[in-house]
Design a binder for this molecule. Structure first.
Ligand code: GAL
Length: 416
């Protein structure tokens, strides 16, 4: 384990280190040849995507070896806490997964990540990435992470067999029709027709309902201060959200997204709202559509990698970042991950029909950021929003939910 090794290194005397170096000249020196890459991609399509990058890193970065600093848990719910502790304790990985956008702000403020502006220029990323994404990655005039791919969050996945058995043959055009279909499913014996998981997956659902209620522009304004969280449209959307989650499984707070996905796959549920990392895991028999009422809103998030400012092996980490940024790395990673390349010049060979459609929607849709996945809000804000929806899941108290979300916005809003 990296942590243990580094902790040990700190207490071993300089003399002992010299002896060790003299005695084992052939042994790998972790400080110079190992790159610890910290992610939350531990299984399924997420791991497949990571493995594709690791293979390319292996051939493109001779003399460097990959060290897997993975901490499981969807959306990095556990990994981000572990990372924060390690950064605070001066035990950083060399590079870590982070969402492009506001999620990076606190790391930048605390000087934990290195400026990658020169690498962006040298690697031609200023022309290869969409201008809007570069703008999101730029804080104080500098770029702080390298994007690997773009996911869409506001997607509903439907089990065609379950829907057909209940006589549902059309895609719901709005929230009322969606609720009508959920009622039909329940009437046909599907007790919990909407598969749902813990806090962050509930925040995703609330955000999708808010997009339907407020529209993309006013929704985005919730994170810039232009839209008030204590306004009547938000109250109405929270009412809709409360109605929708009555159709979900009651054990939701104890499930991560793959377990909720299992409810969809085995037919216990008919629908699940989840980002399109699902595309990497679902075979035929599942339909997808944008959350009812979201129109052409493309709620985006971009996985990216940052270089820690105290990295033990910055050169190796730069080679990892270069791999992530390369057209081949992006093609191989995204083909397996279900996402689309952040670069606009990457071949789509090996991509599914879903991904080809998603790439088109990304070009033509209305981009909307996500708080659950860090493009819209900072990490402390996201933590507060996750806590608010998790509490609501137990209490059902709408007034407290709106008050908690209003308070979080007030506390954490900043010029982003
Ligand atoms: C997101 C991340 C995706 C996927 C998902 C589920 O936050 O951006 O790449 O990993 O979590 O774990």
């Amino acid at each position: 384990m990296r942590t243990t090794r580094r902790a040990l290194t700190a207490v071993v005397s300089a003399a002992a280190l010299l002896v060790a170096a003299a005695c084992s000249t052939t042994e790998d020196d972790p400080a110079t040849s190992t790159v610890e890459v910290f992610t939350w991609w531990a299984e399924g399509g997420e791991k497949d995507g990571l493995d594709a990058l690791v293979a390319r890193f292996g051939t493109g970065c001779p003399g460097q070896s990959f060290e897997n600093g993975v901490v499981a848990g969807g959306a990095g719910i556990t990994a981000k806490q572990v990372l924060a502790d390690r950064l605070r304790q001066g035990d950083p990985p060399d590079t870590f997964q982070v969402h492009a956008g506001a999620e990076l702000l606190d790391h930048i403020d605390s000087g934990q990540v290195a400026d990658l502006s020169a690498e962006f220029d040298a690697w031609g990323l200023r022309t290869a990435l969409p201008a809007g994404l570069i703008e999101t990655l730029t804080v104080n005039g500098r770029v702080w992470s390298v994007p690997a791919g773009v996911h869409r969050a506001n997607v509903v996945w439907a089990n065609e067999r379950v829907l057909a058995a209940a006589g549902i043959r059309t895609v719901p055009a709005n929230l009322d029709e969606f609720v009508r279909d959920l009622e039909t499913l329940r009437g046909s014996g599907v007790e919990s027709p909407l598969a749902l998981g813990r806090d962050w997956t509930q925040l995703m659902l609330l955000e999708a309902v808010l997009i339907s209620g407020l529209g993309p522009e006013r929704f985005t304004g919730l994170f810039t201060g232009e839209t008030r969280w204590d306004s009547a449209p938000v109250t109405a959307a929270i009412g809709d959200y409360a109605r929708v989650i009555t159709f979900s499984n009651t054990d939701r707070n104890s499930l991560d997204w793959p377990q909720a996905q299992r409810l969809l796959v085995d037919g216990t549920a008919g629908y699940q709202l989840m980002g399109d990392w699902m595309a990497a895991d679902l075979a035929a028999g599942f339909d997808t559509f944008a959350f009812p009422g979201n129109g052409t809103a493309f709620q985006w998030l971009a996985d990216s990698f940052a270089l820690t400012s105290a990295a033990a092996n910055p050169e190796g980490a730069r080679c990892w970042l270069r791999t992530v940024a390369s057209p081949e790395g992006q093609r191989e990673f995204n083909a397996r991950k279900g996402s689309i390349p952040a670069r606009t010049d990457t071949a789509t060979t090996g991509f599914t029909d879903y991904q080809v459609e998603a790439a088109k929607d990304w070009r033509s849709g209305v981009p909307v950021p996500s708080c659950a996945h860090g493009s819209a809000c900072s990490q402390p804000w996201q933590n507060a929003a996750n806590a608010a929806v998790a509490a609501f899941s137990v209490s059902g108290d709408r007034i407290s939910l709106q008050a908690a979300l209003t308070a979080a916005a007030k506390q954490f809003i900043r010029q982003q």
